[in-house]
Write a new protein. Structure first.
Length: 238
C-alpha cells in the first residue's frame, strides 16, 4: 500500500469497490467521491473498536481555543470548527485534501454528515453508546468484541429491517478484530454480515495499524488481518 493516504488501495471484486486506507479519516474522500457520482447522501454502517464520532475538527479547534483564551473555550471551539468547515466545498475534493492535516481519525463521520455526504449513520463499536442528536450508536458486549456473527448484530439491536432498504456504505476498521478467528466467519450459519456486504454501494476499510497493534490479543499482523478480511469479502461476493 502507498505511503500516501490520499492514494488508497483499491480492490474491485465482482462489481464491488473496496477501498483500503491507512488512517480512518481519509475515507471521507471516498465517501465524497461517491456523493459526487450519485448526487445523494448515503447511510453509513461502520464497524470499529472506537466510536469515531467526534465533532468535525474538534481537537484542532479545542487546542487552538485553549491556546488563545481558555475562558472562552466553547465559543472559540465553535468558531474555529465553523471556519474549517466553511473552507470546504463539498463538490471539490481538493478542498478536503487541503484540511486533512487538521482532521483526526475520529472526526470523519460527523464531518461527512455536515458536508451532506451522509444522511444518517449506524456506529457499531466496543467503547461507547453515545446518544447524539444525529446518528445511532450500538455497543458490542465485551464477550463479542471483534465478532461478525449474527448473534452480535442481534444482541446490539441493529435495526436490520430499516437498514435493508437504505443506500448503504459499509465501513470497517481493522482494529475491531482482536483475534484472527474473528474473521473466520461461518457463512452457512451467519448471513447478516454477508447481506450488508452485498447491499453496500461501496466498502471502506481502515487499517489503523497503531490501534490494531495495541488492541489485538492474538499474535497476528495487520497484513494478515487485512488479507483475511479481503478474502472474506471476496468469498461473500463470489
Amino acid at each position: 500500500m502507498s505511503d500516501n493516504n490520499l492514494t488508497p488501495r483499491h480492490e474491485h471484486i465482482n462489481g464491488k469497490d473496496i477501498w483500503v486506507v491507512d488512517d480512518h479519516q481519509y475515507v471521507l474522500l471516498i465517501w465524497g467521491k461517491l456523493f459526487q457520482l450519485h448526487k445523494k447522501p448515503m447511510v453509513l454502517l461502520s464497524i470499529d473498536y472506537h466510536p469515531d464520532t467526534n465533532p468535525p475538527f474538534w481537537l484542532y479547534a479545542y487546542q487552538k481555543a485553549m491556546a488563545i483564551d481558555p475562558d472562552r473555550e466553547d465559543q472559540l471551539v465553535a468558531k474555529f470548527q465553523n471556519k474549517m468547515l466553511s473552507s470546504i466545498n463539498s463538490d471539490q475534493l481538493d478542498s478536503i485534501e487541503l484540511v486533512m492535516g487538521q482532521m483526526r481519525n475520529d472526526e470523519h463521520i460527523n464531518t461527512a454528515m455536515e458536508l451532506g455526504y451522509l444522511s444518517d449513520y449506524h456506529m457499531i463499536n466496543c467503547m461507547e453508546k453515545h446518544a447524539y442528536l444525529t446518528g445511532n450508536h450500538y455497543l458490542v458486549p465485551k464477550n463479542q468484541f471483534g465478532s461478525l456473527a449474527d448473534t452480535m448484530f442481534k444482541n446490539i439491536g441493529l435495526p436490520l429491517a430499516t437498514i435493508s432498504s437504505q443506500e448503504l456504505i459499509l465501513d470497517i476498521d481493522l482494529d475491531y478484530f482482536l483475534r484472527r478467528e474473528n474473521i473466520d466467519l461461518d457463512l452457512n450459519q451467519n448471513t447478516i454480515f454477508s447481506d450488508l456486504v452485498k447491499q453496500a454501494r461501496v466498502i471502506t476499510v481502515a487499517r489503523s495499524k497503531t490501534y490494531f497493534d495495541f488492541l489485538k490479543n492474538d499474535p497476528f499482523t495487520i497484513e494478515i488481518c487485512e488479507e483475511k478480511l479481503i478474502k472474506l469479502l471476496a468469498k461473500i461476493l463470489s
